[in-house]
Design a protein around this ligand. Structure first.
Ligand SMILES: Cc1ncc(C[n+]2csc(CCOP(=O)(O)OP(=O)(O)O)c2C)c(N)n1
Ligand SMILES: [Mg+2]
Length: 342
């Protein structure tokens, strides 16, 4: 049985200074990512696409983190569960639909990489590899480059708690500690690595307990609370930008859906556990918070749902209608067109 995490149901907005317009924008981003993700499950079950790895349930930490960044300036090195994060960085439902259908114009790799390997030079999303945790030393390298160039750019890297068992996690954060790098490492602790529960990954209660051994700051946040996530990430990013070094942020969260479209989670966790966590859904909690403050009512919720649905419908239709890349594209370099010279 996985460790149960006691999490408050109230949103913690202590010290968060966001106006009503921005709060509603956070909500819209969370809903937009959720509906795009849910549609992708449907497309998979309809047999239209081959594979989906979902970010459902992780929207709180991801949107909170993205909005704490200087988007378009700071770097993000994301992992496969970061659809909401990527969309807040500027990646669109249309981009995602092109990737799941493997169609021409897909911005990450020209439709040659698996979906959910988010990257975009224009959006400051560094490309990452499929072996988990390799992004940590890569992100430390990006942060070191920024530091050597005298830039005040911060690099944010994300991974799951199971991936912290990999050597790359230790090497990357050790490097960040030694060189006091402008890096924020977010571990999205959803208490499972596919079927393996967190207590089989580590003998300490929290991932962030390991921060002192790297000589960096550590923080634990309720990742299903978008405003607490925003606050903790803002503090970590400010510290990094001002030369105070790296932070390991552990966001406690949960994935209420199977690991991927190829997984059957009924084999390793109870329905009761999943239902308990669904009560802590980051979108429903934020919706209740906004309602209590008079910022959202049924009509406004419907309007957002309709707007999002239209965007997702259009994205899907455009991707289904788009051509596949020409076969000879497979021979081109991945990151640099052949005709581009140095
Ligand atoms: C080095 C390596 N080993 C195994 C895998 C296969 N794999 C992909 S995702 C995953 C689980 C990772 O779990 P966690 O880090 O907790 O992230 P989560 O999927 O729960 O968000 C595994 C084992 C991989 N991609 N890379
Ligand atoms: Mg996990």
């Amino acid at each position: 049985m996985a460790t149960d995490v006691q999490i408050a149901h109230q949103i913690d907005d202590t010290g968060v200074d966001l106006d009503a317009k921005l709060l509603l924008e956070l909500y819209w981003q969370m809903v937009r990512a959720r509906r795009t993700d849910e549609r992708t499950w449907v497309l998979h079950r309809q047999g239209k696409i081959a594979f989906h790895i979902s970010g459902i349930g992780h929207e709180g930490i991801q949107i909170g983190a993205a909005y704490a960044m200087r988007r378009g300036y700071d770097y993000a090195q994301l992992y496969y569960r970061d659809l909401a994060f990527a969309m807040a960085m500027g990646y669109t439902p249309h981009d995602f639909m092109l990737s799941i259908f493997g169609k021409a114009g897909e911005p990450t790799s020209g439709a040659r990489q698996m979906p959910s390997h988010f990257s975009s030079r224009a959006l400051g999303m560094l490309s990452s590899s499929s072996p988990v945790a390799t992004q940590v030393p890569q992100a430390a390298g990006a942060a070191l480059a920024c530091k050597l160039r005298g830039e005040d750019r911060v690099t944010v890297v994300t991974l799951g708690e199971g991936s912290t068992s990999e050597g790359d996690f230790y090497e990357g954060l050790n490097w960040a500690g030694v060189h006091k790098l402008p890096l924020v490492c977010i571990v999205q602790n959803n208490i499972y690595a596919i079927s393996v529960p967190v207590h089989l990954q580590m003998a300490v209660p929290n991932v962030a307990d390991r921060a002192p051994m790297f000589g960096i700051a550590g923080a634990i946040v309720d990742g299903n609370d978008v405003l607490a996530s925003y606050r903790v990430m803002s503090e970590a990013i400010q510290r990094a930008r001002e030369g105070g070094g790296a932070t390991l942020v552990e966001a406690k969260t949960y994935r209420p859906v199977p690991h991927s479209s190829d997984d059957d989670d009924r084999t390793y966790r109870t329905r009761d556990e999943v239902e308990t966590w669904k009560q802590r859904d980051p979108i429903l909690r934020f919706q209740a918070y906004l309602r209590e403050r008079g910022l959202l009512d049924d009509e406004a919720i419907d309007e957002i749902e309709q707007r999002v649905r239209q965007e997702v419908d259009e994205a899907q239709a455009a991707a289904e209608a788009a051509p596949y890349p020409p076969a000879e594209d497979a021979l081109y370099p991945l990151f640099k067109p052949l005709d581009e010279t140095d």
